[in-house]
Design a binder for this molecule. Sequence first.
Ligand SMILES: *Cc1c(COP(=O)(O)O)cnc(C)c1O
Length: 353
Amino acid sequence: MQLNIKKADQFKTKPDDSKLSFGTTFTDYMFNMDYNPQNGWHHPRIEPYASIDMDPATMILHYGQGVFEGLKAYRTEKGTVQLFRPRDNFRRMNNSARLLCIPEIDEDFVLDCLKKLLTIEKNWVPGAPGTSLYIRPTIIATDPFLGVRASHTYRFFIILSPVGAYYAEGFNPVKIWVTRNHVRAVRGGVGEAKTPGNYAASLYAGEQAHKHGYTQVLWLDGVEQEYIEEVGAMNIFFVIDGELVTPMLNGSILPGITRDSVIALAKMWGIKVAERRISINEVLDVHDSGKLDEIFGSGTAAVISPVGEIKYGDQLITVGTGKVGTMANRFYNELTNIQYGKTKDPASWIEPV
Ligand SMILES: *Cc1c(COP(=O)(O)O)cnc(C)c1O
């Protein structure tokens, strides 16, 4: 397939590296590609960033048939630009697409297109410490139709957004709220897909947590409402008596690439790792017996997010010392050093642009 490039005749002013927030500014160009049953995925093109003109009946707007990804491009000290495990993102995007009855993309081709887009936009990759260029590949159902069925046509696009350091105010533990009234996803549902409905479904509990002064929701499973699944839109890890424990992937948990990287590093470092079911009551018990060393979340945006406090019903527990734990710190430093090219890449995770 031939990738077309349409030049922009107007360019935006780039924001100051030190004043970046998350997800508010977008670059000059985007990647677009269309799908229909006759031609499959076709007409791949890089063109000026623009609104998408839509019929009000467009299916994504009504039934949420869509999938997305989130990854980052990092500027190294030498000035080069690199990606962290991007093939895993496009593989996961296809896994999400299958669950949502969306036709799969050619992972290698799309990665090549992303690299070309990044080459054109390389001046948009910020260089200040902790900053990066956030990448959002997305597929949406585009049939203008009000019946419930899979769409016949789709749009795939990639947009880019320079983002600030997640821990601009320091790497501090967050307080989390365990919800007993809401679940994020259920086994047999679409919890393991990055699909819009999962995030819409998480908003109400998130607002409840904020109202009570908590940053994130700790999600329990949708069947017994007892086993821990995720924290906010991150995977979750516990350090219990020196061992790293994380909920096993069960279909309702999003298989995070950061999660996988933490597990891989732990194994390289000789830390014991268990992927298994872990109940909220087990967490309270190990806390009572003094064995709960640390809890932290993992995800592309924050990399590692230490948890300092958990509220479950009327029980409030402080994790460890309430400060950032040694493992959270070690994983955070190692992962960010790999991403910014300061440490040797241990497992072919880095993809130069
Ligand atoms: C994206 C996401 C994660 C983290 O995945 P990464 O690949 O590590 O960024 C975890 N949970 C949910 C619900 C997510 O959407």
